[in-house]
Design a protein around this ligand. Structure first.
Ligand code: NAI
Length: 211
């Protein structure tokens, strides 16, 4: 059967469904209707049904969805049933915080090594993960399975590093440098800008007349 192309808009809503369903499942909720999920998530029930129909619907209308099943299926669609080997490039404040956070979550995102240009860091570890010279990065990737590189280096360095990574077998870059990276399609890129969300917040403050 030919696989249906799912829009990025639908995909970007899946993590939120996943989070809510995890909480509902953990709270012991066994079934949930699209109306109830709609009330909790403040999304229309028809949006929820439309989104889920992209993946075959997941459950009986009227009777509601099985929360645990839906949570697990959305997890599989998001690829969260797999393990990913990750390395960090840029072991500064942000990079260290990301590594520590993901390690504490004990998720399928598994850090194996960090790289930096600063020699002062080479005798240090981040939550047990060694920090090595960035010159070793390419050979490390050649010799080890690395799925995702987390890029937390200055903007001025990011494009060059990303170009180098595009010539390796790395599958994806999770980019935090303040530049939107555009790379060949064989390497996935997710550009993250926390400030976009903060600017949205500041817009809403000024619009509400509270500023
Ligand atoms: P930081 O200065 O604490 O850490 C940066 C690290 O990158 C340093 O350890 C430095 O030695 C290393 N580095 C520099 N060039 C390198 C290279 N070519 N290869 C490997 N390592 C290299 O800075 P911080 O606060 O951790 O921020 C890192 C980057 O992330 C900055 O560009 C910052 O603007 C950006 N940032 C982005 C956010 C976002 O939402 N996207 C949020 C916060 C920071």
């Amino acid at each position: 059967m030919e696989e249906k192309e799912i829009s990025q808009a639908v995909i970007s809503r899946l993590p939120r469904y996943y989070r809510y369903l995890r909480d509902l499942k953990d709270a012991g909720k066994e079934r949930i209707s699209s109306q109830e999920l709609s009330r909790i998530m403040k999304v229309t029930a028809s949006q929820i049904r439309q989104d889920f129909n992209n993946f075959g619907g997941f459950g009986q209308q009227g009777y509601g969805y099985n929360t645990k099943y839906l949570y697990e299926e959305i997890g599989k669609i998001l690829g969260l049933d797999q393990q990913y080997n990750m390395v960090l490039v840029g072991a500064g404040n942000l990079g260290q915080a990301i590594v520590k956070y993901l390690i504490s979550r004990q998720s399928g995102f598994h850090f194996t090594c960090a790289f930096d240009i600063d020699p002062h860091l080479y005798d240090q570890t981040i939550a047990g993960i060694p920090i090595r010279p960035v010159e070793d990065l390419k050979s490390y990737i050649d010799e080890n399975d690395v799925d995702i590189v987390v890029l937390t280096i200055p903007k001025s360095e990011a494009r060059r590093s990303a170009q180098m990574l595009a010539d390796t077998k790395v599958k994806a870059i999770w980019n935090f440098a303040h530049v939107d990276l555009e790379l060949p399609p064989h390497i996935q890129v997710e550009n993250v800008h926390l400030q976009d969300s903060l600017m949205k917040l500041s817009y809403n403050i000024s619009k509400s007349g509270n500023s």
